[in-house]
Design a protein around this ligand. Structure first.
Ligand code: NDP
Ligand SMILES: N[C@@H](CC=O)C(=O)O
Length: 824
């Protein structure tokens, strides 16, 4: 059990702490790479980041400044001026900084003499020589943070990170580290949190199990950061570098590559295994064991958003990035058994040689490895040491890989990938063991072309079909809102860009060829008085009093366009044959055309001739997928016998709410405000709205010749005249429903407006039903559709849910749009 002591903290009266409580602090680890620390300007930016984005107790891990490690390597290799270059570099660097430069330069001069001495005894002291780079960097940053009034302490990581065995590069001594970190965070133990500092750790250096100083190889500082994060149970690790995260492809090669916002840990691991410079395999390994938040950001960009590495995938089944590794050599070992092949693969790994797409072919007893040119010699020596004779089969190969969560389960992605490869002379398609990668090997000379081609295929969205929304009321506003909010997700799932060309209400229209979704303010002006609009917004909003928008849309005749009709307008419905004849797709929430057999037939014929689509799923049941369900049943060979239920959301809500206490007309106003009723609520009470739905479903089910027998939900006399006179008659409406309510109460039943469709008869009636009736127990506003068919006969298929309202209807329209864009 951890040692514990009772102490008096400065703030609270009493608290219990243990030496390992630093692990509960929620430490954030920030790692800064060499380029982020290469100039005085950059160092100042880093100080700003540290002061603004870190807290007392947080850990900063640094690489050597700029190219200092490479210059130290030059010194090891005997380049005469290497050490004086380092001296001049630091003199330049500190001259631009607000620190006691003489002290720091004296330290550098002193250390450089030590390095000179150590260089005489190379290679025994190589690691020690290289470690100076990180030590200078940590000291300099700590000094500079002081001038920002940010208390910091330089820490030599080799006193904290100690390997447990000589060859296990990923096994660090946790007990050793724990003791050291406990004393570093002594202030916490003393109950004086305010004495904590920012701890500036040297990256890249550690100790082996014999206490000898070692360096952690390529990208060693990133590795130090994630290892330290694991050891201190950090809350987050941020790798600050010179790129703004992971991109859809290397932005230096593919200029239209975009930043990837989120990567799952599995995706990050796959990328690191493919040799990504920005995310090394070693760096990811501790994240897999200790699951913490991680992020890659740029210290060069203000407010960089970077790429978040999340524990769980934000989305699955999409390609997130395409990696490329060039100049690889294929080394083949023939006549080798599986055990020896695995041993060689292990040894290659232990020797810190990165091999890619390596595979053992059991049928041919053959091991294939792809390694960088610089690792060729080393790899051949390892294979020969195992008594095998490798063949270097081919040089100058590139490995191009698609990475995305579970993309190997997405047949569409695989066929798209294979399809594109047919245009290139590829060497080999490789399917690694993980489910998140698809790889291809190709000669270097063709690789860049293939990379561009694949990037275009998976990331450059197909040009969209322009969308025009008619109707900017309850449903129209909500539809545009969710279209805007979900644009990026929809585009990536459809691989098509969305372009909102125009929006209109009955008074004004806004039109922009460069997509109104990016200029939503213009749409908001639609509700204003039309007279001053042209001057207000440079002509972007215009009068639509006589459907003027249609004149502008003439430019689109015989081009693809989607008209989304979210009006309740008869005029617009009667224009459908023109829209269809123009070669435009249609989406309707307006039920008028779809419920008129003659008009609907004419429109469908024109659309068919022009190979265009009409989606109208919200015309019956709002967001409930009733029409698509009927279509699917019919496509599967089933025969619909009857459809019955409650198809009016507003009346379902009204009869569910009405209990004789409140005036019916007040509830009606509330239903209208909730967008459950039609723009003119008499359409609901007269039964017209449900009748339209019945006719639409009858058409879908094939009941076109059925006799109609419809009853209104309110006396026709009360529905006559103008809308104003209807509201003026509110007291009569209230009386009518009050009397009806008493009658229903007397019978101990419930009032429901029930529709029934068979091939012979379509009926709609206001009925008093028993509380045990299947349509009795509904949530207010619910619709219910009971479909009896050949296969759903004794036990009908039931669809039930909210049958009206802004959210569900707009979502249904958006579904229709996605289905249409997917089909078109
Ligand atoms: N509410 C619901 O739950 C459901 C509704 N629907 C259907 O959705 C449609 C819209 O309903 P809702 O949004 O509540 O109605 P609203 O009255 O709130 O909105 C209708 C919109 O259509 C506009 N409009 C009218 N005529 C024209 C025209 N000629 N050209 C362009 N725009 C025009 C109106 O303009 P202005 O503002 O200038 O009058 C208004 O912006 C209706 O057909 C309804 O049946 C379908 C399923 C469910
Ligand atoms: N007014 C309609 C809305 C949906 O179509 C209803 O009440 O169901």
């Amino acid at each position: 059990m951890a040692e514990q002591v009772q102490i008096h903290s400065t703030k609270s009266s009493k608290c219990v702490v243990s030496p390992t409580d630093y692990k509960k602090l929620g430490i954030n680890v920030h790692k800064f790479g060499g380029s982020s620390l290469a100039s005085s300007e950059q160092l100042q930016k880093v100080c700003e980041i540290v002061t603004k984005q870190t807290r007392l107790g947080d850990i900063i891990v640094v690489s050597a400044n700029g190219n200092v490690t490479d210059t130290l390597l030059d010194a090891i290799h005997g380049r005469v001026n290497a050490l004086s270059d380092i001296k001049s570099f630091y003199e330049r660097l500190v001259s631009g900084l607000d620190i006691e430069s003489e002290n720091f330069i004296a330290l550098i001069n002193n250390d450089i003499e030590s390095v000179r001495e150590l260089c005489r005894h190379c290679p025994a002291h190589n690691d020690e020589i290289l470690s100076f780079g990180e030590k200078w960097s940590a000291n300099l940053l700590t000094e500079l943070l002081g001038s920002y009034q940010c208390a910091a302490q330089a820490v030599d990581a080799s006193n904290y990170l100690k390997l447990t065995s000589l060859h296990e590069y990923n096994q660090f001594d946790e007990q050793f580290a724990d003791d050291k970190f406990s004393s570093l965070y002594q202030a916490l133990w003393d109950g004086d949190k305010e004495r904590l500092k920012r701890y500036v750790f040297t990256g890249f250096i550690a100790r082996d199990n014999n206490d000898q100083l070692i360096t952690l190889g390529r990208n060693g500082s990133d590795y130090s950061a994630t290892i330290i994060a694991q050891l201190v149970k950090a809350k987050s690790v941020t790798i600050w570098t010179d790129v703004d995260g992971i991109f859809t492809a290397d932005p230096n090669i593919v200029h239209n590559a975009k930043r990837v916002e989120h990567l799952s840990l599995c995706e990050a691991q796959a990328i690191s295994e493919l040799g990504a410079n920005v995310l090394h395999q070693k760096t990811v390994t501790p994240l897999l064991t200790y699951k913490t938040e991680a992020c890659i950001k740029s210290s060069f960009i203000e407010e960089s958003s970077g790429t978040q590495i999340t524990q769980h995938p934000v989305s699955s089944g999409h390609v997130k990035t395409i990696t490329i590794k060039q100049s690889l050599t294929r080394i083949v070992v023939n006549n080798i058994n599986e055990l020896s092949a695995r041993t060689i693969q292990q040894r290659v790994l232990l020797n810190q040689v990165a091999s890619y797409a390596s595979n053992f072919d059991r049928t041919l007893d053959r091991l294939t490895l792809y390694v960088a040119e610089c690792d060729r010699f080393n790899t051949i020596s390892i294979i020969q040491a195992a008594q095998y004779y490798p063949v270097v089969e081919k040089n100058n190969l590139s490995l191009i890989s698609l990475v995305g969560q579970s993309i190997r389960q997405n047949q569409k992605i695989i066929s798209k990938f294979v399809n594109r490869l047919e245009r290139f002379a590829v060497e080999e398609i490789h399917y690694p063991a993980n489910a998140h990668t698809l790889c291809v090997l190709i000669e270097d000379t063709q690789a860049i072309n293939l990379l561009h081609d694949l990037h275009d295929t998976f990331f450059v969205l197909e040009p969209s079909i322009p969308i025009v929304v008619l109707g900017y009321g309850n449903i129209g506003k909500q539809f545009i809102r969710i279209l805007q909010d979900n644009k990026a997700e929809i585009e990536s799932s459809l691989n098509k860009s969305l372009s909102l060309l125009g929006v209109a209400n009955s008074r004004n229209y806004a039109l922009s060829r460069s997509c109104l979704l990016d200029n939503a303010d213009v749409i908001d002006l639609l509700d204003q008085d039309g007279s001053s609009l042209n001057s207000v917004h440079e002509g972007a909003v215009n009068s639509n009093q006589r459907n003027e928008i249609l004149n502008v849309l003439k430019d689109y005749v015989h081009k693809e366009l989607v008209i989304v009709d979210l009006t309740a307008s008869n005029d617009i419905a009667n224009l459908y044959p023109i829209f269809a004849g123009n070669g435009w797709h249609l989406i309707s929430a307006n039920k008028i055309a779809a419920s008129n057999h003659e008009l609907a037939g004419q429109v469908e014929k024109l659309l068919q001739d022009n190979k265009r689509y009409w989606f109208k799923n919200t015309t019956a049941g709002a967001g409930i997928p009733i029409q698509s369900s009927i279509k699917k049943l019919k496509e599967s060979g089933d025969k619909i016998i009857s459809i019955s239920g409650i198809f009016s959301g507003s009346l379902s809500w009204l009869f569910g709410q009405f209990n004789g206490q409140q005036k019916f007309s007040e509830l009606l106003l509330e239903a209208k405000a909730n967008a459950f009723t039609e723009p003119d609520p008499r359409e609901d009470l007269s039964g017209n709205d449900v009748i339209r739905k019945i006719r639409i479903l009858a058409r879908d089910a094939g009941f076109i010749d059925a006799v109609e027998n419809f009853e209104p939900a309110l006396d026709e006399a009360l529905l006559e005249g103008s809308l104003q006179s209807f509201w003026d008659n509110s007291s009569k409406i209230d009386e009518h429903y009050e009397t009806l309510y008493q009658q229903v109460q007397k019978q101990g039943g419930l009032l429901r407006y029930i529709a029934t469709l068979t091939k012979d008869e379509l009926t709609l009636k206001l009925e008093i039903i028993e509380p045990s009736h299947p349509f009795a127990n509904l949530n207010p506003c619910d619709n219910v559709f009971a479909i009896r068919s050949q296969w759903y006969n004794d036990n009908p298929l039931i669809l039930q849910g909210p049958g009206a309202g802004r959210e569900v209807t707009a979502a249904g329209v958006l579904n229709d749009l996605c289905d249409l864009l997917r089909s078109a």
